[in-house]
Write a protein that binds this ligand. Structure first.
Ligand code: HEC
Length: 301
């Protein structure tokens, strides 16, 4: 092995070790990590595209052995590796920012294995073992890429398989069962009937289930009280001291303003959320002051 190869191996081991570190939580480093991490979703297309192109070259070469494809293979493999390497670094920044939950870990490890498989492909290619064998190895690399890519996709767009028509059907059926029971007496809590719908619109995209940014889940009052990486997101009776309200009240161009993306919380909604934290926790909807009554959503059948 030449020096360059060994260097790469060390880099890979270093990346692997980095995946074992724990996320940071200091405010200024967070901004930097999130900034660098912003490039991840864009960069990720390079290794994917470059590797697909490289695999295609190999496929063409296997079908027409007369073609000289080795230089293209070498170049393609190296380009895939290095673009993958830098993409991985930006992904690590997102991991270190701590704004993603545990779901990021399998994606990160799979991406690392993909990089390692590219490295192995490169080493074997230099050895010159014949194109047939390279073909099989390319399948393994492609499989790893597909798997890592799938796990990454789950983080950004949710699990594709969950949106299969029959899966969606199953979830709606179970949630319907829950509402039928309470259909005739409206003693829903303030949270369920009025607060949740607002959060659902404005916050839950990033603060529920598998996308709990900063590990903050906002689907129940208890979860919001518990909070995320920086502790309680609200303090009962103290709306102005609650992070949830403070973040909403930041100027819209402040990077910490919540929600990160539109639609933003309207002044009326903000006033209602403030009342809810100050006085409305654990209350029933008939205790909502009239000026906020319009926030009560009709019961769904
Ligand atoms: C588009 C995604 C997105 C939306 C929508 C969103 N957030 Fe966030 N939120 C984040 C990210 C990313 C972080 C972590 C980075 C940060 O602290 O700014 C975060 C962090 C937070 C935190 C700090 C948690 C902690 O423990 O550090 C609070 C509080 C918060 N969000 C409240 C809200 C509220 C309230 C809404 C809805 C009005 C909302 N967020 C909507 C992405 C989002």
């Amino acid at each position: 092995m030449n020096v360059l190869k060994e260097g790469k191996l060390w880099l890979l081991l270093l990346l692997g070790a980095a995946t074992q570190l724990t996320p940071l939580s200091s405010e200024t480093s967070l901004q930097w990590l999130l900034f660098v991490g912003k490039f991840h979703p864009m960069l990720v297309h390079f290794p994917l595209g470059l590797w697909v192109a490289t695999a295609l070259v190999l496929w063409v070469g296997l079908r027409s052995p007369a073609l000289v494809i080795e230089p293209w293979l070498r170049g393609g493999t190296k380009a895939s590796f290095w673009s993958g390497f830098f993409t991985f670094l930006t992904g690590l920044m997102l991991y270190f920012s701590g704004t993603y939950g545990e779901e990021i870990v399998p994606h990160m490890l799979a991406a690392w294995v993909f990089l390692v498989s590219l490295f192995v492909f490169d080493v074997v290619l230099e050895k010159g073992v014949g194109m047939k064998k390279m073909g099989w190895l390319a399948l393994v690399v492609t499989g790893m890429m597909g798997y890592a890519g799938h796990l990454g996709g789950v983080i950004t767009h949710g699990d594709l398989f969950e949106s299969l028509p029959w899966e969606v059907q199953a979830t709606t059926e179970t949630s319907e069962e829950g509402t039928v029971l309470e259909n005739h007496q409206d003693d829903r809590s303030v949270f369920t009937a009025a607060v949740y719908p607002i959060l659902d619109d404005k916050c839950l995209l990033c603060h529920a289930d598998r996308r709990a940014r900063a590990e903050l889940t906002m689907t129940t009052e208890a979860a919001i009280l518990k909070g995320g990486v920086s502790g309680a997101a609200m303090i009962a009776g103290q709306a102005e001291a609650s992070m949830l309200i403070q973040r909403i009240q930041l100027p819209e161009d402040d990077p910490l303003h919540m929600p990160l993306t539109e639609p933003f919380v309207t002044p009326d909604e903000e006033a209602f959320l403030i009342w809810w934290i100050n006085e409305g926790l654990n209350k029933k909807i008939y205790e909502i002051p009239v000026q906020f009554a319009s926030f009560i959503q009709p019961m769904t059948e």
